[in-house]
Design a protein around this ligand. Sequence first.
Ligand code: FAD
Length: 406
Amino acid sequence: MKYDVIVIGGGAAGLTAALSASGQGARVLVLEGASRVGRKILASGNGRCNLANAGPARYFGGASLAGSVLKGCPVEAVLSFFHGLGLVTVEEEGGRIYPGCGQAAAVLDVLRAECGRRQVEIRCDQPVLGLEKTPWGFRAHTQQDAFEGRSAVAAFGGMAGGKLGHDGSPYALLTGLGHTLIAPRPALTQLTAEKGAVRGLSGLRLPARLTLCRGSQPLEAAQGEALFTDYGVSGVCAMQLSRRAGEMLKRGETPTLYMDFTPMLGLTKRVYDRVPAQDPFQQVALTAAYLQKRQRMLSGKDLLLGLAPRLLAERLKGQSVEALAQSLAAFPVQLTAVRGMEHAQVTAGGICGEEFSPDTLESRLCPGLFAAGEALDVDGDCGGYNLQFAFASGLTAGKWAAARKR
Ligand SMILES: Cc1cc2nc3c(=O)[nH]c(=O)nc-3n(C[C@H](O)[C@H](O)[C@H](O)COP(=O)(O)OP(=O)(O)OC[C@H]3O[C@@H](n4cnc5c(N)ncnc54)[C@H](O)[C@@H]3O)c2cc1C
């Protein structure tokens, strides 16, 4: 039961760490708590797995650690690693990178196949319950056994994603060795709105620009497809704003979301990247002028016919042209909450990244211990940044963990 490297967690970071370590000739064991590895990879990107982003890095929390890791292992290195395993990738709008076949399973398949070829030992249904420093290295305890490793890589992920995440208990593996836990919070999650604001709109999907405001002061904006739900607003652009909205709500503030639907009218260029916050009312006058022109052709009752989906037209019927322009260009939604970990795509917070070397991801407090992926207090924007960090940090930690055996 003695290994050069023990990897705790067989997700994106853990599998890449294992392959990176075995590539250096290390004998590697992956201990996975669930009945199979890589479940979040399979669920990612709506089953398509947005595995990286070719654009500039956008990270929060331990952002400087993420910056150093991605400098040492940039997107080209992550892609070349995957291309070397046979995965074909394509780049889409906003620099998002996906497997060419559009299947998340292809990403997991190439990782698992390479683990098999390199004789990386994977043991599933073996949650690590304790991690002990020993004179030789580390001892990882599971319910049934204890495994010795010269070095250990903590890649147990975060709490986000309901059953795909953990319950917070694995953090104790590292806090028990002296590390600090930065309070875990849901990030990239859906926004809950005051009931009246979204009444009758559930199920509606629209291209929109969303601006998060304190009162009418714009703070942050995002563009893309917004989805109305029973409880509020979802979709990538809404999730992008959830971190800031959550912080405001925690301080007792009530954030307002202004939704600009003019991309639907063809009045605003449809861009999917995050855009700086601007005046949320900037399109109102243009929209009013557009509707007045339209009013010359169509009766008041048909003004939104063929322009807005029926659910929205129903909700806005009877409004004057001025009020309609306001609703289409700056539809106000009072936010009451951000949804919890079970609905979040990623965990903000986690094990403090500053306690790890930015070059090797080795613990500054406990030599021989490494960490990678969402277990650390690094979270990225939507668009492939989280998996990219998991892969890049896994490759880095695995390489240096293997070097420890010498
Ligand atoms: C629905 C959804 C969609 C997403 N889509 C995208 C996307 O398209 N692009 C993107 O960049 N990011 C996406 N993410 C985020 C991304 O999947 C994660 O950030 C990434 O998987 C983190 O990798 P990780 O290896 O650190 O953690 P994980 O992939 O969660 O792996 C951690 C592993 O450790 C195991 N484990 C936990 N505790 C223990 C223990 N005590 N002992 C042993 N094993 C343990 C877990 O079972 C798990 O297999 C998505 C997340 C969700 C939930």
